[in-house]
Design a protein around this ligand. Structure first.
Ligand SMILES: *[C@@H]1O[C@H](CO)[C@@H](O)[C@H](O)[C@H]1NC(C)=O
Ligand SMILES: *[C@@H]1O[C@H](CO)[C@@H](O)[C@H](O)[C@H]1NC(C)=O
Ligand SMILES: *[C@@H]1O[C@H](CO)[C@@H](O)[C@H](O)[C@H]1NC(C)=O
Ligand SMILES: *[C@@H]1O[C@H](CO)[C@@H](O)[C@H](O)[C@H]1NC(C)=O
Ligand SMILES: *[C@@H]1O[C@H](CO)[C@@H](O)[C@H](O)[C@H]1NC(C)=O
Ligand SMILES: *[C@@H]1O[C@H](CO)[C@@H](O)[C@H](O)[C@H]1NC(C)=O
Ligand SMILES: *[C@@H]1O[C@H](CO)[C@@H](O)[C@H](O)[C@H]1NC(C)=O
Ligand SMILES: *[C@@H]1O[C@H](CO)[C@@H](O)[C@H](O)[C@H]1NC(C)=O
Ligand SMILES: *[C@@H]1O[C@H](CO)[C@@H](O)[C@H](O)[C@H]1NC(C)=O
Ligand SMILES: *[C@@H]1O[C@H](CO)[C@@H](O)[C@H](O)[C@H]1NC(C)=O
Ligand SMILES: *[C@@H]1O[C@H](CO)[C@@H](O)[C@H](O)[C@H]1NC(C)=O
Ligand SMILES: *[C@@H]1O[C@H](CO)[C@@H](O)[C@H](O)[C@H]1NC(C)=O
Length: 837
């Protein structure tokens, strides 16, 4: 249980030990960060970090890399400090949709809702608002956003914490979120790296992944995160090709730190064992110095002001009591531990806007928008429309479906400061406009539901299906969903209401797609809305869309299949060998619409609603598609070794630097043990950086220190290293991001209302190893009636490339003609053109 409550927390990312099992790529050097005068912002942060780290002793360095232990201090994660220089340790807090375990903070819409807006502006604004709240509570690192789980299977318990199973959409969303968070002085943490695609067996499952799928699907959004300058990355619990992701040299050293050029840090819980390993020469000093410099550079990169004036956290993750012991497991010092600082600012308005603009209208036969002045009467039906009678936070970790569901469950949650339920919002609105309002809560009392529905001209019926993290479960759903149907009798409730009311509207608060083909086809169901997990302003945001106060722009960030089997992926719930559960990803890069819409893979006839689908209250016409080459000769310089010019930092890296005083390995352990009187002030359960002389002197000392195993020689290699062809800069080779083409298209509002069109650009690579369609651009454009906008979509080299496993590089397969499509969803493509390669 203790391990499980670590939930969103990280395990050591920086590779120290290596369980070498079956990974054929073995022994990757551990890349170190280096100066970069071409990037002034980074250079300044790096210089400050080196200046700071140069002053530190060995144990002070170890302190900054080491968590003080679970529940040992006020934050969910806290590192040791450097009291000598007045540097307080880092405070790390969950989660991806707001400050977990805190009062007077906001509960934002979930990541999948942010993605459903298809609005870079709103996604960035959400990141900024969250960053402000974390900063306001005194938190240094926000443990989010999420790109893993990506969403391989619609059952995946934590998919809603992330954005979308489409890596392009997730890549854009994670980058905007990171920029937003970090602009407010908080380090973002991209997680969970990588392939944590299901909750069942997440701590042991061994995911077998091929290199192409890794690059083109799961690693893709992490490249965007690194390019956005993310300060930290959290590794995932699962194994990758036999080795735990957290200590997998291919995943950490080769892919993340080398190819993607990641300059930030992960978390370590190493304490005295690490000090000892450095003193014994097992871990080279430069490796520790690199760990600390990465941490401090990430800090200086986002931190505003000087570190001595850095305000302390003013809350406790463990209690909302105002006073108490600062350290939970000791009775001292008794102090103000929670100042109840209100950090919500005016974020409710943004939360409401995102709730409305992420609501996807899947079906509308013309009943919507409803009219406040002429709606005869309204019925609101279902448990999911109503307040939880015990309050929105009454279920620990939100692991229940008592009342309306506005977020999933587990560590990706936050406490609701309040939650506006749909029933509350709609009854208030009905009262204001004298619309007779009827409602009923039970999902099981179908006769009452039917009589309530038949009283009203319009009946809105609500249903849910939630999911979460596997340390809690609901109704036997251990994180992952057991099925794709609605919960709590939801489908029967919908059918019962639709049987008696010809103006039935279905509203879904679900963790992902559910099976709703029957509702799509039902003549009495006039509208279906997916509202996802909209956060604290749930009811208000929904009402804004139902009554047309906000122009709907939500687009589905995933595909709605007709059956679970139609997705072509398998969730493993039973393992042949439970101690060694294994998972192949045989579908490769073909997930979600990439599966359904690729001939020979899935079946487009199995799609109820496609990826990118969503209706508005007006119509748009597309015209005048044109394609402009931005690089002479069309394709632009892709050939043997093609775009290597992207690497501007020289052919090799500098050697690994030692920062500060060189540690004399002959010195032994003396001077590195706890100071005199330590036992009198040591805080229970704290992890300290000092060596234990008994352990150090034992012949078997190494075996006794748990974190330190045997080290592959490559990981200790500090000599200059060659850049990888695909690497060299943050996010990979800079040449990958060069714009090769621009696609222009005109979009006109041909209806009678102002509206927002989400224009989507897809690439058809037309080669047998790629999906038929790949999202490669999107824009949300508001337009008044009759107005036309010309939109421009840049296409980068990366957008057009495939991963070549032999050359370990991206390449454009010019033998295949590439078509681009522009349209309003993956299944409503309006215009096309061929790229002149
Ligand atoms: C390490 O951090 C702990 C906790 O903040 C602190 O008590 C201790 O003095 C620090 N050790 C050193 C060597 O600074
Ligand atoms: C939190 O509030 C306390 C006391 O009200 C203050 O000392 C501290 O600086 C504040 N922290 C932040 C991050 O503002
Ligand atoms: C991982 O395993 C897969 C499937 O067995 C294999 O294709 C791939 O080459 C392996 N990758 C690495 C990096 O070992
Ligand atoms: C840090 O800032 C505070 C307040 O702005 C100032 O009083 C202090 O002298 C500064 N410290 C350093 C080391 O610059
Ligand atoms: C909060 O305060 C109450 C009442 O004084 C006390 O019973 C409870 O143990 C406190 N909770 C924590 C976590 O300190
Ligand atoms: C949730 O609802 C169930 C069934 O009505 C009830 O037994 C339970 O006490 C409720 N729990 C909370 C925390 O509201
Ligand atoms: C109807 O909704 C209102 C507003 O949320 C609520 O107070 C009331 O309890 C609900 N009535 C029923 C029968 O569910
Ligand atoms: C699917 O799971 C939910 C939640 O556990 C349950 O309520 C529902 O009955 C299940 N559906 C089927 C068809 O078993
Ligand atoms: C040092 O290690 C020994 C042997 O494992 C253990 O008994 C002792 O408690 C440790 N001392 C400290 C201060 O942790
Ligand atoms: C040394 O450690 C190994 C591995 O943990 C163990 O098998 C062995 O018994 C230990 N020997 C002594 C003398 O403690
Ligand atoms: C849109 O253009 C049409 C045809 O030019 C015109 O009849 C109509 O009034 C215009 N609508 C608005 C809202 O301007
Ligand atoms: C591309 O557009 C043309 C019309 O401009 C149409 O005839 C053709 O079917 C489209 N191609 C595809 C593959 O949709």
């Amino acid at each position: 249980m203790r391990l499980q409550t670590f939930a969103g927390l990280a395990l050591p990312l920086i590779s120290l030990t290596t369980a070498r099992t079956e990974t054929p790529f073995l022994g990757f050097p551990s890349p170190w960060i280096s100066p970069d005068p071409t990037d002034a912002e980074w250079q300044a942060a790096y210089d400050k970090a080196v200046a700071f780290v140069s002053q530190l002793t060995l144990t002070e360095k170890v302190n900054l890399t080491t968590g003080t232990g679970w529940e040992a201090d006020r934050c969910i994660g806290k590192t040791g400090s450097v009291p000598r220089l007045g540097f307080e340790g880092f405070c790390l807090m969950d989660g991806p949709l707001g400050v977990r375990y805190a009062d007077k903070a906001s509960a934002f819409p979930a990541g999948m809702n942010a993605a459903a807006t298809f609005s870079k502006r709103l996604i960035r604004a959400r990141g900024e608002a969250m960053g402000e709240e974390f900063r306001g509570k005194g938190i240094d690192v926000q443990l989010g956003p999420v790109a893993g789980a990506l969403g391989r299977t619609p059952q995946g318990g934590r998919n809603w914490e992330g954005f979308s199973p489409d890596p392009y959409l997730t890549g854009v969303a994670i980058a905007e979120t990171i920029k937003g968070i970090q602009s407010k002085g908080v380090i973002a943490c991209a997680k969970h790296y990588i392939l944590n695609e299901q909750e069942h067996f997440r701590g042991s499952i061994d995911v077998r992944i091929d290199d192409k799928t890794m690059h083109e699907l799961y690693l893709w959004p992490f490249a965007d995160a690194v390019r956005a300058g993310v300060g930290s990355v959290m590794c995932s619990y699962n194994r990758v090709n036999g080795t735990y992701a957290c200590e997998n040299e291919w995943v950490q050293n080769y892919l993340l730190k080398n190819e993607l050029g990641f300059r930030g840090f992960g978390e370590c819980f190493l304490g005295g064992a690490l000090t000892q390993a450095v003193l014994k020469g097992e871990v080279p000093q430069w490796r520790l110095d690199d760990m600390v410099t990465r941490i401090m550079a990430s800090f200086f990169r986002v931190h505003v002001g000087n570190y001595t004036s850095r305000p302390e956290p003013n809350f406790s993750a463990w209690t909302q009591n105002t006073t108490g012991p600062q350290y939970k497991y000791s009775n001292r010092p008794w102090t103000t531990i929670n100042s109840h600082v209100d950090v919500q600012s005016n974020h409710a308005a943004l939360i409401r806007e995102i709730a409305a603009k992420s609501t996807v209208i899947l079906k509308n036969t013309g009943l919507l928008p409803l009219s406040k002045s002429s709606l005869p009467s309204l019925a609101v039906i279902g448990n999911d429309a109503h307040d939880n009678p015990n309050g929105p936070n009454s279920c620990p970790e939100r692991a229940c479906i008592n009342g309306t569901v506005a977020m999933g469950y587990g560590s990706g949650t936050a406490d609701f400061p309040y939650l506006i339920s749909p029933a509350a919002a709609l009854s208030r609105l009905s009262q204001q406009h004298n619309i007779p309002f009827f409602n009923t809560t039970s999902n099981w009392d179908l006769p009452t539901a039917q009589s309530t529905a038949s009283h009203a001209s319009v009946a809105i019926v609500f249903a849910t299906a939630t999911s979460g993290e596997n340390f809690v479960s609901i109704d036997g759903n251990a994180g992952d969903r057991n099925n794709l149907t609605l919960w709590d009798n939801g489908d029967a409730l919908i059918r019962a209401v639709a049987a008696v009311n010809p103006n039935t509207i279905v509203v879904l608060h679900t963790a992902g797609p559910v099976l709703i083909d029957y509702a799509a086809a039902h003549p009495n169901i006039s509208a279906i809305l997916w509202a996802g997990f909209p956060g604290q302003e749930s009811g208000n945001g929904l009402a804004d869309v139902l009554f047309g106060d906000v122009a709907p722009q939500g687009r589905s960030p995933f595909t709605w299949g007709k059956s679970l089997a139609s997705y072509g992926v398998e969730l493993i719930t039973v393992a042949a060998d439970p101690r060694n559960p294994r998972q192949e990803f045989p579908e490769g890069v073909f997930v979600d619409y990439r599966w359904f819409l690729s001939p020979g893979k899935g079946d487009r006839g199995d799609v109820t609603y496609g990826f990118g689908h969503g209706l508005g209250y007006t119509s748009f016409e597309y015209s005048d598609l044109s394609i402009v080459s931005k690089v002479g000769g069309g394709g632009g310089g892709q050939g043997q070794g093609g775009y290597g010019e992207g690497i501007t930092k020289g052919k090799t890296t500098p050697p690994a630097p030692v920062v500060g005083e060189v540690i004399d390995l002959d010195e032994g352990w003396e001077g590195y043990t706890a100071p005199e009187g330590f036992e009198q002030w040591r805080i229970p359960r704290f992890v300290y950086p000092w060596v234990n002389a008994t352990v150090y002197n034992s012949e078997n000392g190494t075996a006794r220190s748990p974190a330190i195993g045997d080290f592959p020689p490559e990981a200790r290699d500090g000599t200059p290293q060659e850049h990888l062809p695909a690497g060299g800069e943050e996010g990979g080779n800079g040449g990958l991001y060069e714009v090769l083409f621009e696609v222009k298209v005109d979009v006109k509002n041909t209806g009678e209302r102002e509206g927002v069109e989400v224009v989507q650009l897809y690439l058809s690579p037309n080669n047998p190893l790629s999906p038929s369609l790949l999202l490669r651009g999107f824009t949300d454009i508001p337009l008044p009636p009759n107005a036309t906008a010309t939109l421009t979509f840049p296409l980068t080299r990366r957008d057009l490339s495939n991963w070549n496993t032999l050359t370990q590089n991206w390449e454009i397969l010019t033998d295949y003609p590439k078509t681009i499509f522009v349209g309003s969803s993956s299944m409503d493509l309006r215009l096309n053109g061929t790229l002149p390669l």
